[in-house]
Design a protein around this ligand. Sequence first.
Ligand code: FES
Ligand code: FE2
Length: 416
Amino acid sequence: MAAKNHRQWLAEPNLKRSEWVDSRIYSDQEIFEEELANIFKKTWIPVCHESELPKAYDFRTVSIAREPVIVARGPDNEIRAFLNVCPHRGMIIERRPSGSFLEGSPSGNPKRMTCMFHAWQYDMRGNCVYISREKEGYQERLCKEDVGLRRLRCEVKFGGFVWVNLDDSPKVSLEDWAGPAFECLRKSLEAEPLEVFHYHKAIVNANYKLWHDTNCEFYHDFMHYHNRVTGFNDAYFARKNEAFDHGHVVVGTFEVNYDKYEGFESRAALSFPHLPPNQWYMIDLFPGMNFNLRGSAFRCDIVTPLAPDKVMIEYRGLGLKRDTAEERRTRINHHNSIWGPFGRNLHEDLIGVQGQGTTMAPGAEPRRILQGRHEDQTIHDENGMRHYYKEWGRWMNRTPSEPESPFVEQVSVAAE
Ligand code: FES
Ligand SMILES: [Fe+2]
């Protein structure tokens, strides 16, 4: 039987419950609010790369689960994170996306974070160092030592990324949380300093998990002409799709045949340290961060969920800090020819998830999103997504295929 009537369309397929999810997890406002509270406010989020704050007093502002965050490099070279919120009356302290506190400005003293509303000032450690007309207004009742910024857990790790956790007591340390998943690339990323050479962002009308799905499953390489002609051989189909604790997935490497694509050539000469030529690793971290090393160019995606059906994705491209001008040009070309606006890959992924988002708008009839492929945990197996949604179920205490029901742990984890 081919096309279905409504009842048949809604009938369960001959797959296990763990092999699909309910589309409401991509569109429901209540579930979205719980995700911000239960997941994004409690886990480690990479917010930028240390090379974006190269000098003392450089800063960058971001937001995590609607909370404004500032990261700043102190005169001692440490990068620290704070809520970007003034303890006086709740004004956002710094409104620029990035910059430096080294120089003074009409509303701020040099080397200070100054809240422009009533001119309270903070140093790079988050101490309040100045309250305007302190004694006149507060006498002995409140002084600058009594107030200070909200300090956040912050670590620089895994190739120089700056990780922040809004939770003072995370369930697991950053090292234990992501270390095993990063193991395959750690030597390559930590051999020498890296540097961001590319940044752009996309705001997409789709749930953030749909974006992460495109990074966890490679079955959709059928959409990518470039990937089909430079891969789709025995070595490609043998790539392992490996699950790690805490919901992470690593897609193992193979040798990409770039020269099979007209006009492209091998990228071996600029391989990252300790990598055989033209290798391609992908690390997908729960709940939505991606680290993608295609031999000579490294890409990182960071998601900021804005609404159930809206996500901001920030893309960074990285090379080696010591690149010569010519090496850097070539590396940028390698990056952009795949992932740039006129590249051969990234825009196709965006079209894919935007198309999914279109069918899963809030209020759309719930439907099943299938994740039931089993291919010995290789590249077109959908084990990566099944693994991710199991972790999601734990954090949310909801069953992904039946989100109104509490999550029940299944025993056969390995087989999933
Ligand atoms: S709100 Fe920041 S100084 Fe008043
Ligand atoms: Fe893709």
